[in-house]
Ligand binder design. Structure first.
Ligand code: TXA
Ligand code: MG
Length: 334
């Protein structure tokens, strides 16, 4: 059931469901989440079951405000404090050492915890109402089946999980792709997943260079968002430079394949498909809805124009690369 997230009654219904150990489709500024009381192992188990996600893959715990982090983090390094001050509430997740004994199931059994304070007004309303009842964190992965495209509207969530799930409608997500994830457990900030907040923004706020996963290795972080085959549409997807789109489409069409193109700015005249805007933020905002739309159109191949090689496009490049890898993996499966 979808309820208007601006209605106080809907917020109250959502908090009742969460308190009773049920799941909720929750809008955030990045993507919609599938939320549950992070402190309830039984509720968290429902998330893993609904998504078909392995239960040792850690979930992000969402808090109403920065002070909420104290419930879950054992310690917060200086540079992480700076990031919290600069970007919370907002599309930034921090991996911090976990306080012993709290939200073990949500953390997938790891001794760290992913924390995020979302800015979306509906998420804020739910988190604050929950906190007032002593429920200090909501575990919420993106509200899609494991490995599939994340949802950016309430209707997308319903399409994934059916009408039995309570979903709060908060409109189309502003950012449109998942939060930036910074690992703060390795002595220096490490970028685990590029997202709505850029590398440059993070580095400016904490006054340090971001390190890569390879530079500062950690033992098996089991981050499913970092698997190669993730965020994948069902239709096989090929990334190509602009100049190759038209001839590839013609060639595949001649072989009898139904082909659609996802372009930057425009698509070649006479071809089927759609275009997303030429600036990286607007492109990201529309990306998952576009992939879902093209995926539903009965195509046999999606040709995606390679986005510009520019730092502003890092997060989009990351998601498209994984979508292409996921589509190939699907192609090979029996
Ligand atoms: O924007 C977002 O972050 C959305 C919205 C709903 O908040 N959530 C989201 O959650 O993308 P999910 O579960 O689809 O992706 C969370 C990522 C995964 O790659 C997970 O493995 C990683 O965060 N993660 C969570 N806790 C972690 C931890 N303790 N250590 C390493 N990675 C962690
Ligand atoms: Mg996800």
């Amino acid at each position: 059931m979808i309820l208007d997230g601006r209605s106080p009654d809907a917020i109250a219904a959502a908090v009742r469901a969460l308190s009773a150990g049920e799941l909720l489709g929750l809008p955030t500024e990045t993507v919609y989440g599938l939320a549950a009381d992070a402190a309830s192992d039984a509720a968290v188990a429902k998330i893993f079951a609904a998504k078909g996600r392995p239960s040792n893959h850690p979930l992000i715990v969402h808090v109403a405000e920065a002070s909420g982090a104290a419930h879950f983090a054992a310690s917060v390094p200086d540079f992480a404090h700076k990031l919290i001050d600069a970007f919370w509430p907002g599309p930034l997740t921090l991996i911090l050492p976990r306080r012993a004994g709290v939200v073990t199931a949500a953390a997938g059994g790891q001794d760290s915890i992913g924390l995020r304070c979302p800015s979306h007004p509906v998420a804020q309303a739910v988190l604050r109402a929950c906190a007032a009842q002593g429920l200090h964190g909501l575990a919420a992965p993106s509200a899609n089946a494991f490995g599939r495209v994340s949802p950016t509207t309430a209707a997308h969530v319903q399409a994934e999980f059916g009408d039995g799930l309570l979903v709060l409608d908060g409109g189309a997500c502003d950012v449109g792709i998942e939060s930036t994830i910074i690992d703060c457990t390795r002595g220096a900030p490490v970028l685990l997943r590029p997202g709505g907040i850029s590398r440059a923004q993070v580095e400016a706020a904490c006054g340090q260079a971001l390190r890569s996963k390879d530079e500062l290795a950690a033992p098996d972080p089991r981050a499913s968002g970092t698997l190669e085959a993730h965020y994948a549409p069902r239709t096989p997807l090929l990334m190509l430079p602009r100049a190759a789109l038209e001839s590839e489409a013609r060639q595949q069409g001649a072989l009898g394949k139904r082909v659609a193109i996802l372009g930057v700015g425009t698509i070649p005249a006479g071809s089927r498909g759609l275009a997303l805007p030429e600036d990286a933020q607007s492109y990201a905002h529309g990306l998952y809805a576009a992939l879902r739309q093209l995926d539903a159109g009965g195509q046999q191949l999606l040709l995606v124009e390679r986005p510009p090689e520019d730092p502003a496009w890092l997060a989009v490049q990351d998601r498209l690369r994984r979508a292409a890898a996921g589509a190939e993996a699907d192609d090979d499966s029996p």
